[in-house]
Write a protein that binds this ligand. Structure first.
Ligand code: TXA
Ligand code: MG
Length: 325
């Protein structure tokens, strides 16, 4: 689905006037503001209820604009930008002075990406500058993958919602720290680790649970209202039954290999066998089980390869830290 030209113009006008415009990307919907307008950027944090120390991603219209926003781009980062942009890859690099500290949470680095969505690219071109955009949800909760999700969650707090249909990828961009000698993944996402390693010709470290600036200090993230409990795939049905017997409203993420198992629960989602379809549906499934009134969701982790790495990361974060963490 593509948005009407008049709507794209309207969203660009909102950004120019210092307002907030939600817009579609291939990953999730973003809450856009003019990256060079500190007051607009500050409002983003208020609307999300997000601590101002959590930096935002600056969205730009093409790799050719990269040097307007950052300095000292290593050859490896340029290679990744050329290979994966537009696409679900975010590069953390040294900030150009043009990027206000409000956008970077006070850091001297900035995260930048070129979204692979015709509506996002049309908006960036109509607007002409960089657009900061966190996922368009309240801090800590499930990211939106449709315009309706954004409206339901943010309502009048956002000045305009540009509807570009459901997001294709469904999980956020992969964030790569490209400031040092050795690149590392700060958040797994839509570009797989395997594809990055193939492009680079060497292995890549994943630091997704340790680095300070990827919101790890908080008990849970990407979380529905229902409590998410992770168990081994072969235990999902039994755990669901147990919780149901304890009087809980149980939601189940039924693993594909158990799709035919009889399961007693309040609401059941059968997880797609394809990781691309699972990623695309993940946040919608979590919202669906919340909407059905579930107070607990029993799920298992997929194999942590390809897009499965990002899905497992989001489910773990949704479940919050285990007592031993
Ligand atoms: O797919 C996406 O990346 C979506 C769409 C809208 O583009 N955006 C998104 O933004 O997920 P947000 O704000 O929900 O997540 C951005 C992540 C945060 O975890 C933040 O800590 C990290 O990027 N980040 C931003 N700037 C950083 C920096 N300078 N150093 C390290 N991490 C950074
Ligand atoms: Mg987010």
């Amino acid at each position: 689905m593509t948005a009407r030209t008049s709507d794209i113009e309207k969203a660009a006008e909102v950004l120019r006037a210092g307002g907030l415009a939600a817009f579609p990307t291939e990953t999730v919907y973003g809450l856009g503001a003019n990256a060079e307008d500190p007051a607009a950027v500050a409002r983003t944090f208020q609307v999300k209820g997000r601590p101002p120390s959590h930096p935002l991603i600056v969205h730009i219209g093409g790799a050719e604009h990269l040097d307007d926003w950052v300095q000292d781009v290593p050859a490896t980062a340029r290679l990744l930008a050329e290979r994966f942009w537009p696409g679900p890859l975010t590069l953390v690099l040294r900030r150009d002075r043009r990027v206000p500290l409000e956008a970077t949470g006070g850091l001297e680095t900035v995260a930048v990406r070129v979204p692979d969505h015709p509506v996002a690219l049309a908006l960036l071109s109509a607007f002409g500058g960089g657009v900061t955009a966190p996922s368009a949800n309240r801090f800590g909760s499930v990211s939106p993958t449709t315009a309706d999700h954004v409206r339901a969650e943010l309502g009048d707090a956002v000045d305009f919602v540009l509807d570009g249909g459901p997001c294709e990828v469904g999980v956020e961009s992969t964030i790569v720290d490209a400031t040092g000698e050795t690149l590392s993944v700060l958040r797994p996402g839509g570009v797989t680790r395997e594809d990055l390693e193939t492009a680079l010709g060497r292995p890549l470290a994943v630091h997704s649970t340790s680095r300070v600036r990827v919101p790890g200090q908080h008990p849970s993230h990407y979380a529905p209202r229902a409590r998410v409990i992770l168990v081994e795939p072969e235990n999902v049905v039994a755990e669901a039954q147990r919780a149901q017997e304890l009087g809980r409203q149980v939601g189940v993420f039924l693993p594909p290999s158990f799709a035919d198992a009889p399961v007693k629960a309040h609401a059941v989602v059968t997880v797609p066998g394809s990781m691309a379809a699972y990623a695309r549906g993940l946040y919608g499934f979590l919202r669906e089980l919340d909407q059905a009134g579930c107070d607990v969701i029993i799920a298992s982790l997929p194999e942590e390869q390809g897009l499965g790495l990002a899905i497992a990361n989001r489910l773990r974060r949704a479940a919050g830290p285990r007592p031993t963490d």
